[in-house]
Write a protein that binds this ligand. Structure first.
Ligand SMILES: [Fe+2]
Ligand SMILES: [Fe+2]
Length: 394
């Protein structure tokens, strides 16, 4: 039957099948993350994963909108294959998805299903670019594993070092030396690789959520997929900024401490608390501080870039506080305290002042924020925020 000949039921069975195919490729890409070490290849694969998860969710929502009519659809979910993660395989699967999207776009156009036609057209625009980028990597080939740095099950195309000792100090010294362009480029390079660790962590979380909570948690996967695309954007923005400044990207030694801390806890609530509440929370403080610091230095381009990152990180922290509350209710701050203890042993988080208003806006309790401020020797939150009341604390 020609694509324009698809009747209503056939068209929406095609939608369901395509949604599942996109989910399956997204999971395979998340799983493949750790088998590759090239910075820009990893960001590309994670970007494709984020886009195909977006497609999966958008198509599934189209079917959901059919209501009782969806009961007429026949559909069997494909099992996720354990085939080796090769770029050629990803390219061929992406090619099949693009072909299927073209068929869907044509059928939707012929039946004046405008929203479905636009959805297919939008997805094609996003994925055709990704296909071309994968093609380039197939031509050039990833860096051989023997030439990459390896630690904790991850590969990197840079120098890795061990973070040891108590909480990192020396912010004032670092702020002063950041005035030097070459030091600032190193700092931005290292931060780009920190974003890459977030890409590995979020990819892993998507796999865990899919495996452990198949029902009722699809919106958490959608939230994580959006975050994945954000973290890729942060990593690439920082890397490109280093190149714009005229320096070689990737020459800074980097640590995998955030990945190690994330891996040192076991349950989904603990992992969300470690990544989204603790690490993203400190990342939010650091990013907000970077905006001011870089403005003071006169590097307005880098400051603007961090302003964009702050806006995204707020969403990531909100994602964490919202889902952690949903998973463990009022126990959430106990879980956060537990992972903070674990983190102190493994990941000495930087000793930087907490961004009070931003943290409160992201769902942190006033007690938590106040205690963190006091730990840094700052005044009580009651003096900082006059509207603070004991009885409205959470
Ligand atoms: Fe980020
Ligand atoms: Fe983030």
């Amino acid at each position: 039957m020609s694509s324009s000949g698809l009747n209503f039921v056939e068209r929406y069975e095609h939608v369901l099948d395509l949604s599942d195919r996109a989910r399956s490729l997204g999971l395979a890409l998340c799983r493949a993350q750790r088998h590759f070490g090239d910075f820009f290849l990893k960001t590309l694969l994670a970007r494709v994963a984020g886009q195909v998860f977006w497609l999966h969710v958008a198509l599934a929502k189209k079917v959901e909108l059919l209501g009782p009519l969806s009961a007429r659809l026949q559909f069997s979910r494909r099992s996720v294959t354990a085939e080796p993660p090769t770029l050629k395989r990803f390219q061929s699967e992406l090619s099949a998805i693009n072909k299927s999207l073209r068929k869907l776009r044509k059928s939707a156009r012929n039946h004046v299903d405008t929203s479905l036609e636009f959805l297919a057209a939008d997805a094609l625009t996003r994925l055709e670019d990704c296909f071309a980028e994968i093609e380039l990597w197939i031509d050039d080939g990833p860096t051989p594993v023997t030439m990459l740095a390896a630690s904790d099950g991850l590969l990197r195309d840079c120098i890795l070092y061990e973070q040891t000792g108590p909480a990192r100090k020396g912010n004032e010294l670092r702020d002063r030396i950041l005035q030097k362009d070459s030091i600032r480029a190193l700092y931005l390079s290292a931060n780009a690789y920190l974003e890459l660790s977030a890409v590995d962590i979020v990819s892993d979380l998507i796999l865990i959520v899919d495996a452990e909570r198949p029902n009722g948690f699809q919106s958490l996967i959608a939230d994580l997929a959006r975050q994945l695309v954000d973290e890729v954007r942060h990593a690439e923005l920082l890397a490109n900024r280093v190149a714009d400044m005229g320096f070689e990207f990737g020459c800074a030694p980097v640590t995998l401490h955030s990945w190690r801390a994330y891996n040192s806890v076991n349950t989904l609530p603990e992992k969300l608390a470690m990544q989204h509440v603790l690490q993203e929370g400190v990342g939010l403080d650091a990013s907000a501080r970077n905006v001011k610091k870089l403005q003071d230095i006169g590097d307005l381009k880098s400051a603007d870039l961090y302003a964009q990152i702050v806006a995204d990180e707020m969403n990531h922290v909100r994602l964490g506080t919202r889902w952690l509350k949903r998973l463990v209710g009022r126990r959430m701050w106990k879980v956060v305290a537990k992972v903070e203890d674990v983190s102190k042993q493994i990941d000495p988080l930087p000793s930087i002042p907490i961004a009070v208003e931003l943290r409160l806006a992201c769902g942190f309790s006033r007690n938590y924020v106040s205690n963190r401020r006091l730990a840094h020797g700052a005044q009580d939150l009651k003096d900082h925020l006059p509207q603070w009341h004991n009885n409205c604390d959470t």
